[in-house]
Design a protein around this ligand. Structure first.
Ligand SMILES: Cc1cc2nc3c(=O)[nH]c(=O)nc-3n(C[C@H](O)[C@H](O)[C@H](O)COP(=O)(O)O)c2cc1C
Length: 332
C-alpha cells in the first residue's frame, strides 16, 4: 500500500466529516472556510475531463489547489473511460489527496450523455472504467455514486460496491438517493448500511446530513466510515463544528452567535473578492449570505440590500450597520 493510500486509510479511520463536491460552490475559498469550521476533508467541484484535457482555463482553475488544500480531493467526470484515465493523470499533477470519479450526477445533460449517474445504466462498464483509472494513477481513486437509477425496487448499489472494491478503489461515497430523485425525497441511509456490510473499504454516507445529531445517527445506523455534507454547508458551514463536537466530544455545540454570522459574511466576501475580483467575487458569495444571516433581526432587509449590491465596500457598509445593531441590542 502506498503512503498516499495509508494516509487516506488513517483519515477514514477517524470518522471524517467531508465537504461534498458542489459545482460553483466548493472552490478554494469555500473549502478553506469549511476546514476552518471543522471539515476533515474537502473536495473540489466536479471537473469535466474534456475541459481538463483541452487545458480550458476554467477546468484548470477548478483543479488548482492551494498550499492549505492538502486534505482536498479532485473530482472528475466524463463518459469515456480512456479520457477519464487521462484526465485523472492530469489531475494527479495537482497533488490532491485522492481522485474521485463522479458517477452520481443526475442532471440530464450529464447523465444523459453517459457521465455521472449515467454510469449506473451499465454497472459492468462503470466497474471496468474504475479499474482502468485505478491502474492509471498512483494516488488513491474513489467513486461517488447513488443507490441506483430508480425506481426499481432492487438497487444495484450493494453488488456494485463489491465489484468496485475488486477494482482497487480506495473508498465509495453513496448519495443515498436514486438518480431519478435528483435532490428531492428523503435519502435512504439503509442502502449505505447494506453496501458497507459487503465491502472492507471505507463507505461514506451522503444525503440529508444537516446536524451533529444527523451525523451521529447516520454513522450509527450504517456503520459507515464517515459522513459527507453538501447543501447544509452552503448556508451553514458551522455544521462542521457541530458534527465535530458531537462525534469527537459527544457535545451539542451551540449555533453561531449573531456576531459570528456577520463576521462570516464579511470574511467570505473579502476572500472571494481577493480570489475572483469585483463584482464576481461578491456575486458568488450571495448564495451563502442568506443562510449565514438566518435568524438575525432584520435579516430579510439585509439580504435584499446585499443582493442588490455588487461592490465589496457597499456590502461591508451594510454589514457594519448590522454589527452596530447587534452591539446596541447586546448593550440594551
Ligand atoms: C449546488 C450543488 C452542486 C453539486 N455539485 C456536485 C458535484 O460537482 N459533484 C458531485 O458529486 N455532487 C454534486 N452535488 C451533490 C452533492 O455532492 C451531494 O451528493 C448532495 O447534495 C446530497 O448531499 P446533501 O443532502 O448533504 O446536500 C451537488 C449538489 C448541489 C446542491
Amino acid at each position: 500500500m502506498s503512503a498516499a493510500h495509508e494516509r487516506l486509510r488513517a483519515l477514514y479511520a477517524d470518522r471524517p466529516a467531508i465537504l461534498a463536491p458542489m459545482e460553483d460552490v466548493t472552490d478554494v475559498v469555500f473549502r478553506r472556510l469549511c476546514r476552518k469550521h471543522g471539515a476533515d476533508l474537502t473536495m473540489t467541484e466536479f471537473v469535466n475531463v474534456e475541459g481538463l484535457l483541452r487545458g480550458c482555463r476554467n477546468a484548470k482553475r477548478k483543479v488548482r489547489l492551494a498550499p492549505d488544500d492538502e486534505l482536498t480531493a479532485i473530482q472528475i467526470y466524463g463518459a469515456d473511460p480512456e479520457r477519464l484515465a487521462e484526465a485523472a493523470r492530469v489531475a494527479e499533477e495537482a497533488q490532491p489527496l485522492f481522485i474521485d470519479v463522479n458517477c452520481g450526477c443526475w442532471v440530464p445533460k450529464i447523465a444523459g450523455r453517459g457521465a455521472g449517474a449515467g454510469w449506473l445504466r451499465e454497472p459492468a462498464k462503470m466497474v471496468e472504467m474504475a479499474r482502468l483509472i485505478v491502474s492509471s494513477v498512483s494516488l488513491p481513486v474513489t467513486v461517488k455514486t447513488r443507490i441506483g437509477l430508480g425506481p426499481e425496487s432492487h438497487m444495484p448499489i450493494v453488488d456494485l460496491a463489491r465489484r468496485l472494491e475488486d477494482t482497487g478503489v480506495a473508498a465509495i461515497t453513496i448519495h443515498c438517493r436514486t438518480a431519478q430523485m435528483g435532490h428531492s425525497g428523503k435519502a435512504d441511509w439503509s442502502w449505505a448500511a447494506r453496501a458497507r456490510e459487503v465491502v472492507s473499504i471505507p463507505v461514506i454516507v451522503n444525503g440529508d446530513v444537516k446536524t451533529g445529531d444527523d451525523a451521529a445517527r447516520a454513522l450509527d445506523e450504517t456503520g459507515c466510515a464517515g459522513v459527507m455534507i453538501g447543501r447544509r454547508a452552503i448556508e451553514h458551514p458551522w455544521v462542521f463544528r457541530e458534527v465535530y463536537g458531537r462525534l469527537r466530544r459527544g457535545e451539542v455545540v451551540a449555533g453561531p452567535t449573531p456576531t459570528e454570522r456577520v463576521a462570516l459574511c464579511k470574511e467570505h466576501l473579502v476572500a472571494n473578492v481577493e480570489e475572483r475580483g469585483e463584482p464576481f467575487g461578491v456575486r458568488v458569495t450571495r448564495r451563502h449570505l442568506s443562510g449565514y444571516l438566518s435568524g438575525l433581526p432584520g435579516a430579510a432587509s439585509l439580504r435584499q440590500r446585499l443582493n442588490l449590491c455588487d461592490s465589496l465596500e457597499g456590502c461591508l457598509a451594510i454589514l457594519a450597520e448590522a454589527e452596530e445593531r447587534i452591539a446596541r441590542a447586546a448593550a440594551a
